[in-house]
Design a protein around this ligand. Structure first.
Ligand SMILES: Cc1ncc(COP(=O)(O)O)c(C=O)c1O
Length: 476
């Protein structure tokens, strides 16, 4: 580890809280390569004395930087720039998003009618709604007359920059902001990708079981769906090659397969990339909830291995923030930039500018990483509580499998049940389990329920499982 780093601070911009100024300047110095991986940072006490600010401001700045993976605490040795930060990434200069003023994060306050166990909805009770509302108000007030009248069809430039920064640090995807296009959620992304690169009638590999909305989208656009089985190593690439060797697209959820939760093995990742390269096909990587992993290191995206530029990466803010935003993005290879610019200009599929500005401020000011970190902890607790209650109350009815990541558990139904009746009874009782069958095309897994833990508070896990037990028993 190198010696104590010397920090080079500019004056604090007027109106910016001290911790925010510190956070931004340290971050920029890391990304600019001035603070190399392993460089030791001053203690919070010393830096506070040097900057004539409170120790709390330094601690808060360090907390934000640690949440984003820029720095790590190394016990007695103090705080240092994350030694595992990729030098290449730093040298690529992905830094540079500008920042605005920021409000203090507040306690979560949101009341919600989302039903316990409902799939795909993040913990709405823990969303920092006060802060969010403040950002909406401030950004709405600051919209210029020009901004009221127009909106870049490719996305708000500072948001494209903020996403590039985030992907480089968190997902191992190094790209330029011009490769990123903002979309109206994942559905919006798929529509533009299909229309830019494909033709109706062409084949699409879809995971089986797999996310039904994705295949619905391709189906509605006139593509031919080719179900490809999924096993414990993810999509079976050799099966896809056997069935549809010249398919135009392969749609995959490599980090955390939707809905089985398995990870696409490295061998399969390489097979998939090789196939796409040799057949001139495109891989659509759906990285929808990779932020939530409860053991081991987060896995880098498939895109990070894409030496031949065959992967179109898609991300969504639906799981990490809120689904009602319907905001997502794609990352396209450089050589496709012009084609996508043309499509986005004619389709104008971008999301609302106000929402984009709010998300930008949330990201750039460090709230995004902190929110993900908090949700990861909360979901870890809720996941454990739900699994314990299920194992305690329903040991003879459900066999629970815990995946390393994601937002739901899978409970295999051990006895014969009438699925329709079970779901109807559950709804009457105010809970919303989801059947695995809805994701299957030809796949023949045993009957199972997908049970989301994100909106089941630890204290209510027992009562939610009691209702589930009633629904299961009533359907046998
Ligand atoms: C597998 C999968 N991909 C992507 C998404 C995100 O979709 P959208 O951005 O349209 O909300 C979801 C949301 O539930 C999902 O389950």
């Amino acid at each position: 580890m190198s010696g104590l780093a010397s920090l080079n601070f500019k004056y604090k911009p007027k109106g910016l809280p001290m911790y925010q100024a510190l956070y931004q300047q340290i971050r920029d110095q890391i990304l600019g390569g001035y603070l190399p991986p392993g460089a030791r940072l001053p203690s919070s006490r010393n830096l506070a004395a040097e900057m004539a600010c409170s120790r709390g401001s330094v601690e808060r700045a360090y907390e934000l930087l640690a949440a984003e993976g820029f720095i790590t605490a190394t016990g007695a040795a103090g705080t240092c720039v994350n030694p595992e930060l990729d030098q290449q990434l730093i040298a690529s200069g992905v830094a540079g998003a500008s920042t605005d003023k920021l409000s203090k994060p507040t306690d979560p306050i949101m009341e919600t009618s989302t039903r316990p166990l409902q799939l795909g909805v993040p913990a709405l009770d823990a969303f920092p709604r006060k802060l969010w509302n403040r950002l909406i108000n401030r950004n709405a007030r600051s919209l210029s007359a020009d901004q009221l009248g127009s909106n870049s069809p490719f996305g708000y430039p500072p948001l494209r920059q903020a996403i590039a920064n985030y992907l480089a640090i968190s997902r191992g995807v190094v790209c330029e902001p011009h490769q990123i296009f903002i979309t109206s959620g994942f559905q919006g992304a798929l529509t533009v990708i299909a229309q830019t690169l494909g033709q109706p009638g062409e084949q699409v590999w879809c995971e089986d079981p797999g996310y039904f909305r994705a295949r619905n989208c391709f189906q509605q656009l006139g593509f031919s769906i080719e179900p490809v089985p999924v096993d414990q190593d993810g999509m079976c690439i050799s099966e896809g090659i056997k069935k549809a060797p010249t398919a135009k697209f392969a749609m995959v959820t490599p980090t955390h397969q939707s809905p089985l939760g398995v990870t696409l093995s490295l061998k399969r990742r390489m097979e998939l990339l090789q196939w796409a390269e040799s057949s001139g096909s495109w891989i659509i990587e759906d990285d929808y909830d990779s932020e939530f992993r409860y053991g081991g290191k987060p896995l880098p995206a498939l895109k990070s291995l894409d030496g031949h530029n065959r992967v179109i990466y898609t991300g969504s803010f639906s799981k990490v923030l809120i689904p009602s935003l319907k905001l997502g993005y794609i990352v396209v290879p450089n050589e496709l930039q012009a084609s996508f610019e043309q499509s986005f200009s004619s389709l104008w599929a971008v999301g609302s500018l106000l929402d984009q500005k709010v998300v930008t401020e949330f990201m750039v000011n460090g709230h995004f990483s902190l929110h993900i970190k908090k949700m990861r902890k909360l979901y870890g607790e809720r996941r454990a509580a739900l699994a314990n209650s299920l194992e305690k109350q329903l040991p003879d009815e459900l066999s629970i499998s815990l995946q390393a990541g994601g937002m739901h558990l899978i409970g295999e139904l051990l006895n014969t049940t009438n699925e329709k009746l079970l779901l109807q009874k559950a709804r009457e009782l105010g809970i919303e389990p989801h059947p695995l069958s809805k994701f299957q095309i030809n796949a023949q897994q045993p009957p199972a329920l997908l049970l989301s833990f994100t909106n089941v508070e630890v204290a209510s896990a027992e009562s939610v499982v009691e209702k589930l037990a009633q629904a299961i028993l009533a359907s046998q």
